[in-house]
Design a protein around this ligand. Structure first.
Ligand code: UD1
Length: 365
């Protein structure tokens, strides 16, 4: 059996790391492909170093572009790699353009290579077709032979779309495999101390969704709202390249003045920053899950979440949408006062062993 794993963008790296470890521990033949969708040191290599991910066997170097351009270039570059290695399984994770592009190439070559597709983090749905990730998820799930879900609430979503039940396997959350593995290291880093912040006395923020940062109106609204919170508590924002580029293009630099802006941070630095925060405000997907396990109240700055279990069982809440200063400040205040009651809760299967269950499921009977 040969397994090909694809990683392309930052949120993929923490998902492939534990699966690679589990495959290597059992001596299974595997090939790691990095599409190069993310390529800056801070967005890519820093994670490989931090998470001790081995050097990729193939680096496609596709870089940025429009959706059509990026997706097409990944497909073109990936096809010869697939034909060269002819894996038994293609394992794709998450919902980025690399996930979709490599699945699409593989399904079209199935007759030639005999490769089956497995999707890790299957069945999540925001029901918002304006999100590129929603399209990527739905199509990848439709193309996959085996669908590994992180929580049981994903199953009805897949059944409703006509996916046969026998293809769906609940395995739990691979992000949490990495979180639990890296927690001791993150604990020794003290990011708040390095930044001169007092533990439990600041808000940590991430911001990069197109719905928040791609228009001058939405970006102004969210930065002004964060600025209002910064009147009350320090707000630290490791800045994503998309957000940085748009702030410059729209001439909004002055709105950053109340905030503590830092460069994008590595994985364990981010965990340390979240773990020390009073609250986290984010538009990321994975951070909703990580704060749930860390027991840190989280405010999600999006119209919907595809991870509702972080609200029903975890520490997450949605900011009123569209983002306004009053709405975000109120949601942040509620999150802050909920802090006393919140504790590290772990939904079923968020236990550090999801990757082992994935490898078990891939092995022939
Ligand atoms: C991508 C994913 C998104 C994920 C996010 C995490 C898709 C459709 N989106 O969004 O789901 O949450 O990654 O970061 O796959 N850039 C750099 N350096 C880099 C990478 C990007 O400067 O290493 C800049 C470029 O200007 C680029 C922009 O960021 O145009 C956007 O990058 P892209 O990969 O298209 O999407 P993300 O917004 O990062």
């Amino acid at each position: 059996m040969r397994v090909m794993l694809v990683a392309g963008a930052r949120p993929n790296f923490m998902k492939v790391a534990p699966i690679l470890r589990a495959l290597d521990a059992r001596g299974i033949d595997r090939v790691l492909v990095h599409t190069g969708q993310h390529y800056d040191f801070a967005m890519s290599e820093a994670f490989f170093e931090d998470l001790e991910i081995p050097t990729p066997d193939a680096y496609l170097g596709v870089g940025s572009g429009s959706h059509a351009d990026q997706t097409a270039r990944i497909m073109l570059a990936f096809e010869p790699v697939l034909l060269e290695h002819r894996p038994t399984w293609l394992l794709v994770v998450g919902d980025v353009n690399s996930t979709l592009a490599c699945s699409l190439v593989t399904v079209k070559l199935r007759g030639e290579t005999g490769t089956s597709i497995a999707h890790v983090e299957a069945g999540l749905r925001s029901r918002n077709w304006n999100m590129p990730e929603e399209i990527n998820r739905i199509i990848t799930d439709r193309l996959s032979d085996l669908l590994f879900t992180p929580s049981r609430d994903a199953h009805p979503n897949l059944i409703a779309e006509g996916i046969p039940e026998e293809r769906i396997r609940f395995v739990g959350n691979v992000m949490i495999d990495t979180l639990l593995n890296q927690l001791p290291k993150a604990g020794s880093i003290d990011m708040p101390g390095r930044l001169g912040l007092k533990r439990s006395e600041y808000a940590a923020v991430t911001l990069h969704r197109p719905s928040n940062v791609d228009t001058v109106e939405s970006l102004t609204r969210v930065l002004e709202a964060l600025g209002a919170i910064a009147w009350e508590i320090p707000v630290v924002l490791p800045i994503h390249p998309r957000t940085k580029k748009n702030i410059e293009a729209f001439g909004l630099d002055v709105l950053l003045d109340p905030l503590m802006i830092i460069e994008p941070v590595g994985y364990s630095e981010m965990i340390s920053l979240m773990e020390g925060a009073a609250t986290v405000l984010t538009d990321s997907g994975g951070i909703q899950e990580e704060t749930t396990v860390l027991g840190i109240p989280c405010v999600t700055m999006r119209e919907q979440t595809e991870r509702p279990i972080t609200i029903t069982e975890g520490t997450n809440r949605m900011a009123p949408w569209p983002i306004t200063t009053d709405g975000l400040v109120a949601a942040w205040r509620e999150a802050l006062t909920s802090r006393e009651e919140s504790e590290g809760r772990r939904p079923e299967g968020w236990d550090g062993a999801a990757s082992e269950r994935i490898v078990d499921a891939l092995l022939p009977d």
